[in-house]
Design a protein around this ligand. Sequence first.
Ligand SMILES: *Cc1c(COP(=O)(O)O)cnc(C)c1O
Length: 370
Amino acid sequence: MTLTIPPDLLPRDGRFGCGPSKVRPEALAALAAVGDTLLGTSHRKPRVKDQVARLRTGLAALFDLPEGYEVLLTVGGATAFWESAAFGLVEQRARHYVFGEFSSKFAKATAAAPWLEDPDVIAADPGSRPAASPAPGCDVQAFTHNETSTGVMQSPARLDEALVLVDATSGAGGLPVDLSAVDVYYFSLQKGFASEGGLTVALVSPAAVARIEHLATSGRYIPTFLDLKTALDNSRKDQTYNTPSVSTIFLAAEQVEWMLASFGGLEGAVEAQRAKAATVYGWAQDRGFAAPFVTDPEARSLVVATIDLDDTVAADEVNKVLRANGVLDTDAYRKLGRNQLRLGMFPAVDAADLSAYTACVDWIVERLVP
Ligand SMILES: *Cc1c(COP(=O)(O)O)cnc(C)c1O
């Protein structure tokens, strides 16, 4: 038997994935409107370079970029950026805070780099976060602003002389950040910026630029594709080293301008996220069959909600009905293996649609549980 959710309960847009995120239909329409004069044209010529400039300028405004910071673009997502960082930002040893799948992957990348010392890893159980502390002997402190696999956020902090690197792939644009305490704030564009994959933005401090320039001339072998000095030289000319996805650039620029127009800046965007998160976590706390997975309210993500269900309700069954009704991608992170719903609440996702999502789950649970 398939359950048909009454149409008036359904969200207007059924995309709640944690990566990629919903792409706003208005942004897609804007791309379609310029597509035949933009896509398929040279990325070394003004039309495309103007879009890169538009993205870089928009991000500088949204993040109120501190004096001397620059917007760097690299081809390849955050996964490629971890390799770039192992080559071009870590001098000898990195401290990593590991509390889920994504934070562990960067630690694995520096552990695998034969030119670096073994990383100094501070780990916490999924659903919690490790406490940050000074790391003697480390020249990088690696944070993850939002651990997408568990829905836990961690604020970066400057605790010593090390460069502060923050993987903000899912957190950027939705979580507050004090960039003066950060040297490299990097993120792919298919989550908080509602675009497509394949490109990474890094907001870099003067100290990070100095480290990049130092390591580029240190004699260390660095593959050109992963070389941050090459990326920096190209970004300054509103280009990338090799061919980028122009639609990724365009959709991200649309999203940044929409965020500036809708929320005025990052602070306003974060306020909207707080309200959405309160709706979803409040709903879970009010239901006997559900509870937020993250027990510490301060650590609960404003962009990715993880909601545990009790034994009477199988999340797989709930997700099956949701999917059949066009409400998509709210499965728990596969390796976490919990009876859980995980939903993206990124800036592009409407508050009303999140309320509709909770109403749909209520409706399903009433029918699945006798
Ligand atoms: C999705 C994600 C990544 C991986 O991004 P790709 O663009 O697929 O490489 C890395 N870190 C975090 C925190 C993520 O959410």
